[in-house]
Design a protein around this ligand. Structure first.
Ligand code: COA
Ligand code: ZN
Length: 315
């Protein structure tokens, strides 16, 4: 039997960035604001609100400033935005934000495809970002940490190496991202344990995609390895527009359901998440990948039909 940690597992919502950046349609700014305001009140510890990237690269998030100007802040929630470069920092410094999430891929091929620069060039930008961040925290994401859509396997020692380089340039916290959902639970456990053991002072988040159905198994493997922060997206939406085959993140409500019913502490209101996922489904006019909302929770029961009762002789 696996040990359940006494600490709260922090759930961090990325659907409004990772999900909506590739939703296939522009979600109106007012809808984004309403969804974010509701998400803020569910017990999630961090919300990645949007990204400050080139609007030509990601037109679906071109309204980043308008969204950040309008959302209500709930005390205790960390509001974050993804940035790829100095221009992104300049935009982030002009709004009310707690954190910027700098991102680069461990795989040079994916970094070129996604950000049009080498990993070394990304790191140079991040050094400058850390120097000029003002009061912003800087989280550093290592994308394709468990596999790359272009070159396949990624050497775990390279991930550790890049994590150390991130620390050297001054990031405050680290995210390991399975960008295209290729990781398996033993792989997650091995790499997370190695990095937790080697860099015990840094807070590490696991960012998982459920592309091959292993999202929640991988999240539990990460917790076993000492991870206490998990990214997830409402309804299970998501996918990197510059990673072929990438689909949704691990679904927030499915993850929260798994944690609650398996005895973990996560302090997120499941029913409120169901409500928000339902609204999002209406906005996107498409069924969302999340499973528990459709199946009902572990406690859901169904009344027996009169016909069946009659056939079984049950009054
Ligand atoms: N915000 C807004 N505009 C930006 C920007 C930013 N952070 N960074 C660059 N731009 C603009 C430039 O001003 C320039 O505008 P112009 O054509 O009107 O002069 C244009 O984008 C191109 O700038 P350049 O520096 O040459 O960038 P590039 O074409 O080499 O692209 C990135 C590099 C990083 C800006 C771009 O690839 C990008 O935004 N990628 C993000 C991808 C993403 O979000 N992926 C999913 C999340 S991991
Ligand atoms: Zn992602």
């Amino acid at each position: 039997m696996r040990d359940v940690p006494s600490e709260v597992i922090r759930i961090q919502e990325v659907g409004m960035r990772d999900g909506l950046q590739s939703a296939g349609q522009f979600v109106e700014t007012a809808d984004k604001i309403q969804l974010l305001n509701q998400l803020s009140k569910t017990g999630l510890s961090k919300i990645e609100v949007t990204s400050f990237v080139s609007p030509k690269a990601v037109p679906l998030l071109a309204d980043a400033e308008a969204v950040l100007d309008a959302i209500e802040r709930v005390p205790g929630v960390i509001y974050s935005a993804l940035i790829p470069n100095i221009r992104g920092l300049e935009r982030a410094l002009a709004v009310d934000l707690d954190e910027v999430n700098v991102v680069m891929s461990v795989s040079n091929a994916h970094n070129m495809a996604n950000l049009r620069m080498t990993c070394d060039d990304s790191l140079d930008q991040f050094r400058e970002i850390c120097t000029n961040r003002g009061s912003l925290s800087v989280n550093g994401t290592l994308a394709t940490a468990f596999g790359c859509p272009f070159v396949g396997s990624v050497d775990p020692s390279m991930v550790l190496e890049w994590a150390k380089r991130y620390l050297d340039v001054g990031i405050d916290s680290l995210t390991l991202a399975d960008t295209v959902g290729t990781a398996t639970p033993h792989q997650i456990f091995g790499l997370c344990k190695a990095i937790v053991d080697e860099l015990p002072e840094i807070e590490i988040t696991l960012h998982l995609h459920n592309t091959r159905g292993l999202g929640i198994a991988n999240a539990l493997a990460g917790i076993d390895a000492g991870i206490r922060h998990l990214d997830a997206s409402i309804g299970g939406i998501g996918g990197c527009p510059y990673a072929p085959g990438a689909t949704g993140n691990v679904c927030t409500e499915d993850l929260v359901h798994a944690l609650i019913f398996d005895g973990y502490r996560c302090d997120v209101h499941l029913d409120a998440l169901f409500e928000i996922a339902l609204q999002l489904e209406g906005i996107l006019c498409n069924p969302l990948p999340g499973l528990v909302r459709q199946a009902g929770t572990k406690l859901t029961t169904h009344p027996m039909s009169d016909d069946l009762r009659c056939r079984l002789g049950i009054p």
